[in-house]
Design a protein around this ligand. Structure first.
Ligand code: NAP
Length: 254
């Protein structure tokens, strides 16, 4: 039990990596709150996890919705030990086609939303608690059509450095997790691939990754639990890539 009696908050916890992380944290003894915009996804996720889980819909780009969530946690648990800022969106759009609407949507969800989440949670985070940011193994790569997404993830990565310093007196550890290719609903949702295209893409990209395959949500959840636990007590301000070696061997034709 690596997270016994810890209270965690996960944005985007109703699906994909966030859901897998919530499930794993509960298995490790934590009480976990999940949030996201779609209530039906949160309800479904909470039912699957079964116990030691709470939820309330919130949009990370709307601070007042996060404030309501944090008030609920304060009332029920008194504090938050772990924040996993996981909510995020990506896209596959050439730089010449990015308009103001897409720019704002991407930056607001990934960057502003991460600020808002930390700002609202911090008042009830005790000394020694921890924040984990979800960045991307593409952070150092020149992946075409992902310029804005990668810029947003690099902004989040830099929070791992600056916030580590800003929160040092409170002994709050801030780290980032950088997933590689992890099949989730985002592939056929935000990225707009058909299921057939996604299957082909997973097989093709799997062969290019040193580990020999794309990853899965549990690979990320295991690393998130590690960073959240006392096993990582001396780890501050890092970005931990969990990508099967993908970013180490780039350029490959992804
Ligand atoms: N899968 C990968 O290969 C991969 C690789 C690198 C990084 N990542 C990062 O991992 C994170 C999770 O992605 P995923 O792959 O697990 O995809 P996902 O299942 O689509 O998860 C994204 C989550 O974010 C939530 N979300 C989006 N906008 C939100 C908003 N404005 N307010 C609150 N919640 C919001 C979504 O819930 P609602 O739509 O209900 O709000 C959803 O639960 C993202 O930050 C993504 O960039 C993923």
């Amino acid at each position: 039990m690596k997270l016994e009696n810890k209270v965690a908050l996960i944005s985007g916890g109703g699906t994909g990596i966030g859901f897998a992380s919530a499930k794993k944290m509960v298995e490790e003894g934590a009480y976990v709150y999940i949030t996201g915009r779609r209530e039906n996804k949160l309800k479904e996720a909470a039912e699957k996890i079964g116990h030691n889980v709470g939820y309330l819909p919130a949009d990370v780009t709307k601070k007042e919705t996060l404030e309501a969530l944090v008030q609920k946690i304060k009332k029920e648990q008194g504090h938050i030990d772990i924040v996993f800022a996981n909510a995020g969106i990506g896209h596959n759009i050439p730089l010449t086609e990015i308009d103001k609407k897409e720019f704002d949507r991407t930056m607001d969800t990934n960057v502003l939303g991460t600020y808002y989440l930390a700002q609202t949670a911090l008042p009830i985070m005790p000394d020694g608690s921890t924040i984990i940011l979800n960045t991307s193994a593409t952070d150092d790569l020149g992946l075409k059509n992902f310029s804005l997404y990668i810029a947003a993830k690099n902004a989040e990565r830099s929070f791992a450095h600056t916030w580590t310093n800003e929160l040092r007196d409170r002994k709050i550890r801030v780290n980032a997790i950088a997933p590689g290719v992890i099949p989730t609903d985002a592939a056929t949702g935000e990225l707009g691939r058909t299921p057939e295209e996604e299957k082909e893409s997973e097989e093709r990209r799997g062969k290019l990754i040193p580990a020999g395959t794309v990853g899965n949500v549990d690979d990320i959840a295991n690393a998130v639990v590690f960073l959240a636990s006392d096993d990582a007590r001396y780890i501050n301000g890092v970005e931990l890539r969990v990508d099967g070696g993908l970013a180490s061997v780039y350029p490959v034709k992804l």
